[in-house]
Design a protein around this ligand. Structure first.
Ligand code: ADP
Ligand code: ADP
Ligand code: ZN
Length: 215
């Protein structure tokens, strides 16, 4: 099963994709995580992307499309994948259609997580992640069971994203409205789009997702 999780920054895409990966073996493909990994390794691609990410603007379609093309060609993706943070422009959605068609693959569902803007800012401002295993947390909505220790791997090192601040968030929300929202009608016309109330708690969102996907 190949699906797209759509939603503004902080909507809960990563949280839900990670859980679907754990429970159903679907591969989470997060373009944001891939770009951050590239920055960490000091690759030229990462360097180019970093300046844009720090400002909260999108990186060029060509760069992202190339990255996705390589990723879905890897053998593990044959098990099915969840696209998280891609596509983010109509051009990316079109490029995805073309590359899936060329590989004889298809999308099974496109699901939008709908969350109010105030809540998005609150979620992003309190987000932090285990530096070792990538488990996601939140200062108010999901704290580790034992303070300072990751529930999943026991590490005590956590990171916060440089772009998870109020100012950059403004630009990211603007980019979502201007460049990403237009892909909703793109998938709606194809009859592929479904929406979920992303304001509910994580478990409730997950249950609805699983039900919608018929898993
Ligand atoms: P969030 O899930 O909080 O929206 P991401 O981790 O998906 O954030 O993205 C962080 C940044 O990486 C974006 O603001 C953008 O600069 C860049 N980025 C990630 N995915 C894409 C994409 N598909 N197209 C263009 N830029 C992207
Ligand atoms: P995205 O990948 O869409 O940017 P994340 O999954 O990283 O969003 O979630 C953003 C923040 O909000 C994280 O700190 C996460 O723990 C928290 N979060 C995610 N889903 C929910 C939810 N349904 N209710 C409360 N907090 C949530
Ligand atoms: Zn961990």
């Amino acid at each position: 099963m190949n699906i797209i999780l759509l939603g503004a920054p902080g909507a809960g895409k990563g949280t839900q994709a990670r859980r679907l990966e754990e429970e159903y073996g679907l591969i989470q493909i997060s373009t944001g995580d891939m770009l951050r990994a590239s920055i960490k390794k000091g690759e030229p691609l990462g360097l180019e992307a970093k300046q844009l990410m720090d400002k909260g603007t999108l990186v060029p379609d060509s760069l992202i499309v190339r990255m996705i093309e390589e990723r879905i060609a890897e053998p593990d993706c044959a098990k099915g994948f969840i696209l998280d943070g891609f596509p983010r422009t109509v051009a990316q959605a079109e490029a995805l259609d073309a590359m899936l068609a060329a590989r004889g693959m298809k999308l099974d569902a496109v699901i939008e997580l709908v969350v109010d803007e105030d809540k998005l800012v609150e979620r992003v401002s309190g987000r932090f992640t285990c530096a070792k295993c990538g488990e996601g947390y939140h200062d108010s909505f999901k704290t580790p069971q034992k303070a300072g220790v990751c529930d999943s791997c026991g590490s005590s090192e956590f990171t916060r994203r440089a772009d998870d601040n109020a100012e950059t968030m403004k630009a990211r929300l603007q980019a979502f409205h201007d460049q990403t929202a237009p892909i909703l009608p793109y998938y709606e016309t194809k009859g592929a789009l479904k929406s979920i109330d992303g304001m509910a708690d994580m478990d409730a969102v997950y249950d609805e997702l699983v039900q919608l996907l018929g898993l």
